[in-house]
Design a protein around this ligand. Structure first.
Ligand SMILES: [Zn+2]
Length: 656
C-alpha cells in the first residue's frame, strides 16, 4: 500500500499544530485518532511499525521550523491484547498491554553494533547485532581489506552499546484465564523509558512483539520491545457506580442497624466473631492519611488474628480478600520467591532482578496474609517499614530503590505452641503470640481467638439451622458501598470526639501504670483509635467523627486488650472468694443474685455481652459462666434468644 504523505501532513497539521510549533519530543500521537482519520495508516503502524514510524517521523521533522529530530510515539493502540494471548502470531506487530510491573532488572548494556578487528591487518569491520543473536568473542571470516580469511576478534572499544532494562509485566487478575495464574511477559525498555516505572506500578504499554532465543536449546520466548509506557493511576474509582447504585447506598447509610447489618454480611458462614467482623468492616473502609503534629501517618488499618486452628481464620481472610476492592490473598509461607516484601536476585551475567512481593503488588489495595508467623527472615526484617511507613527500601548492589506498599493488611498467625495454653501461668496469651513485639505493635488491633465453648455453641446453632442466615447485603453491594465511601467521604474530628479520644487514651495509660500489665499502651494506640474512629464515621457516610465513632473504636481496642490480659485467670478467683464450681453454694447464689439484678436493668433481656462484661469484672472465667448459663438453660431457669443473643430468666425463681 502506498502511504499518502499529504494526508498524513494534513492530519498532523490539523490535530497537532501546537505540538509541531513547540517541537514536542517525544511527539505523542493518538493511534485511535489515526484509526478514525486514516485507518489504512493505523493498520500499517500495527503490521509494519518500524518503516511506517520512520515515514511519519520524517514528515513531522519536515513540518517543524528548525532542524529537528523529533521521535513520534503512539498511544491508545487499537491492538489491545491480553498478555496470555501474546504468541508467535503477533511477532513483529505493535500491541498494547496493561498489567502490573512485578520484576525489574538493573540497567545493563546490550551490544547493538559489534566491531571485529582483523588479526592480520587490524582493519575494523562493523556488524549490526540483532537482539536475539549471541555475540562470539572471535569468529572467522574474510577480511574486507586484506582479503584473507582469518580470525577476527571482537573489539569492545569500537562496538556500540545501548542501555536496556528488562521489566516483567503481569496481567491483571481480572484478565487472566479462569482458573489460571495471571500470565507474565518480559518487556525491554530503552532510552528515556529506562527506570521510568517501578515494581508495583500499574502500567499501560505498547511495543513490538519479538521472539528471542531464551536459552541455549533454541527455545524461543515472546518479548515486547517497548515503544511507549505510561503508569496508570488505578484506584477505587475503577468500580463504576450507576445513579441507582448511589441511591441504594445512600438509603442503606440511613438504616439505624447499618453497622450490624454490614457486620453480619461479612463471612456469614463463620460463627460469632462479632468483634472481629466489626473491626474488619472498619478496616475495609479505612481512613485517609492522618496528620499528627505535622507528620503524615498511614490511614490504612492493620489487623492481626492469632488463634487456635479450626476457628475459621483462613475463611475470614479469603472472604475479605474477595470483598475488598483490589484484595489479594497470600500466605506467609508462600513458596513463590518474591515473598511478602521484595526479593533481589542476581543472574549468571551479574544482572540483578528485583521482584515485588505481595505487599507491593497490593499497593493501594487490601492484602490478606495467612500464616504470617511462617514468613521468611527477609520479610521479617522489612515488614516493620512495610507496615508503618508503607514503603519497602531496597539497597543491594546496583539496586537502590523504594517501593510503595500502601495497603491495609489483615493477617492471621498461629500461637507459639500451635494453640493457646490458657493455663500457662508463666506466659500470658499475648506472650504466646509467635511474632516479635515490635512487629505486633504495627497492628492497630490484635485479636486472640480461643477455642472455647462459646464457639461450640454458636457452631451447633449454625449447624442445626437454629440461627438464620443473617447475611443482609450482597458482596457486590458491599464492594460498591466501600468504593463510594472511600472516594466521597473524608471524615474529620469535631472537638467533643477529639477530647473523648484523648480522655480514653490518658485513662488507658493510667490504667497501664497502675496495673503493670504486659501490654503496652503507646502513641501507636492513639493513632489506631483515630484511624478506627474515622473509619467508623466513613461507614456511616458521615463527614464528621462523632462521639459514637470514638466509642466504637475504643470498645474494639479494649476488647482486644482485655483478651491479652487474661493471664493468671485461674489463680485470681480465690481473691473474691468464689469458686468456679456451680455446686458451690456461695458462688451459685452470687451468680443468681447478679443475674436477677441485670434482668431488672435490662427488662429481662440481658445481652450476652453485658453478662460477659459483668462477670469478667468479677474475674470469672467466661467458660465457666457459659457452662453455668447452659445448665440454667437445661433446668428451664433461663433461655437464650438465638437471633439477638440475649438471655432471659424464666419461671418464678427470679421474682422475689
Ligand atoms: Zn585484514
Amino acid at each position: 500500500m502506498q502511504i499518502e504523505e499529504r494526508r498524513i501532513e494534513q492530519i498532523l497539521m490539523g490535530k497537532y499544530e501546537e505540538n509541531i510549533r513547540q517541537e514536542q519530543n517525544p511527539f505523542m500521537i493518538n493511534h485511535a485518532m489515526i484509526d478514525v482519520l486514516y485507518p489504512e495508516l493505523a493498520d500499517l503502524l500495527i503490521t509494519k511499525y518500524p518503516t511506517t514510524k520512520e515515514t511519519i517521523k520524517r514528515i513531522i521533522n519536515n513540518l517543524t521550523l528548525h532542524d529537528t529530530n523529533l521521535t513520534p510515539r503512539f498511544y491508545n493502540i487499537q491492538n489491545k491484547q491480553a498478555i496470555h494471548n501474546i504468541h508467535s502470531q503477533q511477532q513483529g506487530k505493535l500491541v498494547e498491554i496493561t498489567g502490573k510491573v512485578i520484576k525489574t532488572t538493573t540497567v545493563f548494556q546490550q551490544i547493538t553494533m559489534a566491531a571485529y578487528q582483523c588479526s592480520q591487518c587490524f582493519n575494523i569491520s562493523h556488524e549490526v547485532v540483532k537482539h536475539d543473536t549471541k555475540i562470539k568473542k572471535s569468529k572467522q571470516f574474510t577480511c574486507m581489506k586484506c582479503n584473507r580469511k582469518n580470525w577476527q576478534k571482537l573489539n569492545v572499544e569500537h562496538s556500540t552499546f545501548e542501555d536496556i532494562q528488562i521489566i516483567t509485566v503481569q496481567e491483571n487478575r481480572d484478565d487472566a484465564l479462569d482458573g489460571h495464574k495471571p500470565s507474565e511477559i518480559q518487556c525491554i525498555l530503552t532510552g528515556d523509558m529506562i527506570q521510568s516505572v517501578k515494581s508495583g506500578d500499574a502500567v499501560i504499554l505498547n511495543g513490538l512483539v519479538e521472539l528471542r532465543n531464551a536459552s541455549e536449546r533454541n527455545m524461543f520466548k515472546e518479548f515486547i520491545i517497548v515503544e511507549n509506557i505510561q503508569s496508570e493511576n488505578e484506584d477505587y474509582e475503577q468500580i463504576q457506580l450507576t445513579q441507582e447504585d448511589i441511591d441504594e447506598i445512600l438509603l442503606a447509610s440511613k438504616d439505624e442497624h447499618l453497622i450490624t447489618n454490614l457486620r453480619e454480611s461479612i463471612a456469614p458462614s463463620i460463627f460469632g466473631c462479632n468483634e472481629i467482623k466489626e473491626a474488619v468492616l472498619l478496616q475495609l473502609f479505612g481512613s485517609d492519611r492522618i496528620n499528627v503534629q505535622g507528620s503524615l501517618k498511614r490511614g490504612d488499618i492493620h489487623i492481626l488474628l492469632v488463634g487456635d486452628a479450626g476457628l475459621g481464620k483462613s475463611q475470614i481472610l479469603k472472604f475479605v480478600s474477595d470483598i475488598a476492592p483490589r484484595g489479594i490473598y497470600t500466605s506467609g509461607k508462600s513458596s513463590s520467591g518474591a515473598g511478602l516484601t521484595a526479593t533481589a536476585t542476581k543472574d549468571v551475567n551479574g544482572v540483578w532482578t528485583l521482584e515485588a512481593g505481595a505487599m507491593v503488588l497490593a499497593d493501594k489495595g487490601f492484602l490478606c496474609i495467612d500464616e504470617l508467623d511462617k514468613m521468611s527472615d527477609n520479610d521479617r526484617s522489612s515488614m516493620h517499614e512495610a507496615l508503618e511507613q508503607q514503603t519497602i527500601s531496597v539497597s543491594k548492589a546496583g539496586l537502590n530503590t523504594t517501593l510503595d506498599s500502601r495497603c491495609s493488611v489483615l493477617a492471621a498467625a498461629n500461637p507459639k505452641f500451635g494453640s493457646f495454653d490458657q493455663r500457662n501461668t508463666k506466659l500470658s496469651l499475648a506472650q504466646q503470640i509467635n511474632l516479635p513485639d515490635t512487629l505486633q505493635s504495627r497492628f492497630d488491633l490484635i485479636f486472640i481467638m480461643l477455642d472455647t465453648m462459646e464457639n461450640d455453641n454458636l457452631m451447633l446453632e449454625q449447624m442445626f439451622g437454629i440461627s438464620e442466615d443473617k447475611s443482609v447485603y450482597s458482596v457486590d453491594f458491599i464492594r460498591k458501598y466501600i468504593s463510594y465511601a472511600k472516594e466521597n467521604v473524608h471524615p474529620e474530628f469535631i472537638k467533643e470526639s477529639m477530647l473523648l479520644i484523648q480522655k480514653y487514651y490518658l485513662e488507658w495509660r493510667q490504667h497501664q501504670r497502675d496495673t503493670s500489665t504486659s501490654t503496652k499502651v503507646t502513641a501507636r494506640q492513639l493513632d489506631a483509635l483515630m484511624r478506627l474512629s474515622r473509619a467508623s464515621a466513613r461507614v456511616r457516610l458521615s463527614d464528621v467523627v462523632e462521639v459514637d465513632d470514638v466509642e466504637r473504636a475504643f470498645s474494639l481496642a479494649k476488647y482486644c486488650m482485655n483478651r491479652h490480659e487474661t493471664e493468671f485467670v485461674e489463680s485470681t478467683h480465690e481473691q473474691v472468694g468464689y469458686k468456679e464450681d456451680v455446686n458451690d453454694k456461695r458462688t451459685y447464689e452470687k451468680l443468681c443474685e447478679d443475674i436477677k439484678r441485670l434482668s431488672d436493668d435490662y427488662e429481662n433481656k440481658i445481652p450476652s455481652t453485658v453478662i460477659k462484661r459483668h462477670f469478667k469484672d468479677l474475674d470469672f472465667n467466661w467458660n465457666f459462666i457459659e457452662r453455668w448459663l447452659r445448665s440454667m438453660d437445661s433446668d428451664d431457669k433461663m433461655v437464650c434468644d438465638v437471633t439477638t443473643g440475649a438471655w432471659s430468666c424464666v419461671g418464678e425463681w427470679y421474682k422475689d
